[in-house]
Design a protein around this ligand. Structure first.
Ligand code: FAD
Length: 391
């Protein structure tokens, strides 16, 4: 075997890539983490809602470096404004709140600062990080290693490694290089738009507004953003509407039952992006290669949340690869299948369940019935006594 440059190379410095890198480096691997961006987390394409459990699960403190506002629960509305209020300060006052021994249920984080913070943790654990470095391709070699082709600033280089990790987000190319089936159907891709605004009051709750009228195929939201700011956004499935997300957001702000509260909103930022409301990829590994985070469709298909799953997926990936490489096992597809099995065991089987629930809701033809199903599912999902296991 030729000498290798790094045990693993990770493409993508989002939450999935950064936590994979931190775990692998902490466990003694030589890690290279690259991103084509020159500023981590920018431009922001995320509302940043994240449970406290998600941070705890991956051993990250809720630092003031990235927390913008603490969150204490949810308000779920149907299309005409009937509300299920799930304020954990009232439901579980002994645990949630601002008093001694109490804590928030979650946070809204600033993705620019959050991504930078996580990458710093990876660096401090020993990973090497290159920005403005784009992944171009990879080739498995006869000796069991592979070559990864990168463009660092303007220079093309190749790196020899044992495993390439694709943490390159929704529009992942890494899986395609290995011939994995990564195509996402238009019927399962939510087109999201949000405004960061001033002059909209919030109360420490994530507000979720359901109903085909406002967000066909998805839902609308009003989240607190810290410093008196808020986020107003929505995601729609373009095959379920003639209009685009911008039209729907405008319609929601001007005409929904929240219109009086939203009428003075002053827009400070406009952010958008796609969210896969799809099933996890059936195959998330190939020779010398695994996928993690959005690249593997590790996204909750009901809520569209992908941060918790990216962080947990990164933990699973980093630990699995450390075990494999320390055991001197070759990175064959057969051996890397173990990563997917670990992931299915810890997370994936629940995500498949949620995917089936989501499909049942959105394949219901009758709009009133579909509206009812989505509202009931959302209200149940965020309830402390939920029949759904949280993902
Ligand atoms: C509008 C919107 C709101 C959202 N709100 C929430 C929310 O409130 N809560 C939540 O949990 N989730 C939310 N999500 C989803 C969440 O943002 C994603 O699930 C999450 O970012 C996935 O993390 P990741 O690390 O897998 O990928 P990403 O964060 O997308 O990171 C991928 C990285 O890979 C890099 N990259 C891509 N290709 C290459 C290449 N060829 N070479 C080098 N680098 C490359 C990119 O530059 C990027 O930095 C939202 C999404 C959108 C669009």
């Amino acid at each position: 075997m030729h000498s290798i440059d790094y045990d693993i190379v990770i493409i993508g410095c989002g939450p999935a890539g950064a936590i994979t890198a931190r775990e692998a480096a902490q466990n003694g691997l030589k890690v290279l983490l690259v991103d084509k961006r020159q500023e981590l987390g920018a431009p922001i394409q995320c509302s940043g809602a994240l449970s406290a459990n998600a941070l705890e699960d991956c051993g990250v403190d809720a630092s003031t470096e990235f927390v913008q506002e603490a969150v204490y629960g949810f308000s779920v509305y149907n299309e005409i404004g009937a509300e299920t209020n799930l304020d954990y300060r009232e439901l579980k006052p002994e645990k949630y709140g601002t008093g001694l021994g109490q804590k928030p249920l979650g946070y809204v984080v600033d993705r620019r600062r959050f991504d930078r913070y996580l990458v710093t943790l990876a660096e401090r654990a020993g990973a090497e990080v290159w920005l403005k470095t784009e992944g171009l391709g990879y080739k498995p070699l006869d000796d069991g290693t592979c070559e990864v082709y990168l463009r660092k600033f303007n220079k093309e280089i190749s790196i020899r490694t044992r495993v390439l990790v694709g943490a390159d987000g929704l529009q992942s190319q890494v899986g395609k290089w290995a011939g994995l089936q990564t195509h996402i159907k238009m019927t399962e891709l939510a087109s999201c738009l949000q405004f960061v605004v001033d002059k909209v009051d919030t109360n420490g709750l994530l507000e979720i507004i359901t109903g085909h009228e406002w967000a066909p195929g998805g839902y609308a939201w009003v989240f607190p953003k810290g410093h008196g700011y808020a986020e107003i956004g929505l995601g729609v499935i373009r095959t379920m509407t003639k209009e685009n997300a911008q039209w729907h957001l405008d319609h929601f702000i001007k005409n929904s039952f929240l219109k009086e509260r939203l009428q003075h909103a002053r827009i400070l930022e406009i952010q958008g992006g796609g969210v896969p409301l799809a099933a996890p990829l059936r195959t998330q590994y190939a020779t010398n290669l695994i996928l993690v985070g959005d690249a593997a469709r590790h996204v909750n298909p009901i809520t569209g949340g992908g941060l918790h799953t990216a962080l947990t997926g990164g933990m699973i990936a980093g630990n699995f690869l450390a075990g494999l490489i320390h055991a001197d096992q070759p990175a064959t597809a057969e051996n890397l299948k173990g990563y997917q099995e670990n992931w299915l065991d810890k997370l994936g089987n629940k995500m498949w369940q949620l995917y089936h629930t989501k499909k049942e809701i959105f394949e219901t033809k009758d709009i009133e019935q579909r509206n009812r199903m989505l509202y009931d599912t959302m209200a149940d999902y965020f309830n402390p006594l939920s029949s759904y296991k949280k993902v």
